[in-house]
Design a binder for this molecule. Structure first.
Ligand code: ADP
Ligand code: MG
Length: 333
C-alpha cells in the first residue's frame, strides 16, 4: 500500500488514534485547526503549525519574497481565527538551499514582519538549516482565547446551517492566473493578491466564537469540499451544499467567463481562501446573520445544511442533486 492509496487524511486517521489516547482533561490534540491546552484560569492556549514547501505550496517564480513571508504567517493566523482566538507569538523554521539570495531573504522577513506587526504577533524563535533542494518554511503560532469562547470542528448538529465568512475561489483563481500566465488586468490582480496575501478572518472568528448559536468552526484551507468533510468527521454528520449559494466574487465571475474556468468548482475546491466555515443553529441564524452584516459590512453567506450521520457530502443545484467534478486538495490523493 502506498501513501497515494490512503491520502493525506487517511494517513492522519491512521496514526492519530495512538496519540489521542489518554490526553489530559481539557486538552484537544490532533484533529482541529489548533491544539487547545488549559493555560490560565480564564484562558486557553492555542497552538498551530503549517509547513510550506517550494514547488508544492508555492513556486518561487510565482510569488514575491515579501508576499511569501506574509503568507507563511497569514495561513497560521487563519487557524487561530478558526478557533476564535487571538494570535500571540510565532516560531519560524526555514530550510534554505545554499545559493539563496540574501536580498530575497531580507524581503521575505520584511513581509513576515509587516503582518506580524499588524497582527501584534512577536517572532520568538525558530530554526535555520540548509536544504538540499526546495525552500522549506514552517511557522508555529501560539494564541489564546477566553475559556468557553473557543469553537471546535466537532460541534455541528443535523439541521445546522453551513455558512462562510467571505467569497470563495478567488485564491484558486489567482493561482490559475499565475499558472496560465494571464495578463494582469484589474480582476487578475485582485485574484493574485487573494492568493499571495490572504487575509485571516481573525475579527470574524473572535466574533463568531462569542455567539452561542455557532456550533462548529474551521478555516477554509483546502476548499470547502475537503474542509467540510473534516467537520463531518469530527461532528459525525453529513452535509448538503447548494452550489448556487456559494459566494463568488465579481472579479472571479468575470475572469472565469473570460478564460472558460468553472467558477463554482474553483470556489468549492480551489482552496487557500482562508475565510471561515461555521455551522449555526437554525433558530439563531437570522439574528446572527443580521448582526454579522452590521458588524462587518457584508453578509454571512449561507451555503448549505448539516445532514444526519453517514449521509456523506452532497451537492444541489436548483434543488436537484449535482456532482462536483473537482475535489479539495489532498497532498497525496
Ligand atoms: P489545518 O489545515 O487546519 O492545519 P489539517 O486539516 O491540515 O489542519 O490537519 C488536520 C489535523 O491533523 C490538525 O489537527 C493537525 O494538527 C493534525 N496533523 C496534521 N499533520 C500532522 C502530523 N504530521 N503530526 C501530528 N498531527 C498532524
Ligand atoms: Mg485550518
Amino acid at each position: 500500500m502506498k501513501l497515494s492509496n490512503i491520502g493525506e487524511f487517511g494517513l492522519i486517521r491512521r496514526f492519530s488514534p495512538a496519540f489521542l489516547k489518554d490526553l489530559p482533561a481539557g486538552v484537544t490534540g490532533i484533529g482541529d485547526d489548533c491544539a487547545v491546552l488549559p493555560w490560565t484560569k480564564g484562558r486557553l492556549l492555542l497552538v498551530t503549525t503549517d509547513l510550506l514547501v517550494e514547488d508544492v505550496h508555492f513556486l518561487k517564480a510565482g510569488i514575491g519574497a515579501r508576499d511569501l513571508g506574509y503568507k507563511s504567517l497569514a495561513v497560521n493566523l487563519s487557524d487561530i481565527a478558526a478557533m476564535g482566538g487571538t494570535p500571540l507569538s510565532a516560531f519560524l523554521s526555514i530550510g534554505l538551499p545554499r545559493d539563496m539570495d540574501v536580498p530575497w531573504l531580507d524581503e521575505f522577513f520584511r513581509g513576515f514582519a509587516s503582518l506580524a506587526r499588524r497582527a501584534k504577533v512577536r517572532l520568538l524563535g525558530g530554526d535555520t538549516t540548509g536544504s538540499p533542494g526546495p525552500l522549506v518554511i514552517n511557522v508555529a503560532l501560539l494564541g489564546d482565547a477566553r475559556r468557553g469562547r473557543v469553537k471546535y470542528r466537532s460541534g455541528a448538529e443535523e439541521g445546522d446551517f453551513i455558512c462562510v465568512t467571505g467569497f470563495l475561489g478567488d485564491s484558486g483563481g489567482g493561482l490559475r492566473v499565475l499558472l496560465e500566465d494571464r495578463p494582469l488586468g484589474r480582476d487578475e490582480r485582485h485574484l493574485v493578491r487573494s492568493h499571495s496575501r490572504p487575509r485571516a478572518h481573525l475579527a470574524e472568528g473572535a466574533w463568531l466564537a462569542a455567539r452561542g448559536g455557532v456550533t462548529a468552526m474551521m478555516d477554509v484551507s483546502d476548499g470547502i469540499d475537503s474542509d467540510l468533510r473534516r467537520i463531518m468527521e469530527r461532528s459525525h454528520c453529513g452535509a448538503t451544499v447548494d452550489l448556487q449559494a456559494i459566494p463568488v466574487s465579481a472579479p472571479l465571475k468575470r475572469a472565469a467567463e473570460k478564460y472558460g474556468w468553472n467558477a463554482v468548482e474553483l470556489a468549492a475546491a480551489g482552496g487557500e481562501d482562508y475565510c471561515l466555515l461555521a455551522t449555526v443553529r437554525p433558530s439563531r441564524l437570522a439574528k446572527i446573520s443580521a448582526a454579522f452584516a452590521r458588524r462587518f459590512g457584508r453578509p454571512l453567506f449561507r451555503i448549505g445544511t448539516i445532514a444526519g450521520p453517514k449521509t456523506g457530502l452532497s451537492y444541489e443545484l436548483d434543488g436537484r442533486p449535482a456532482v462536483l467534478k473537482r475535489h479539495g486538495f489532498d497532498h497525496f490523493g
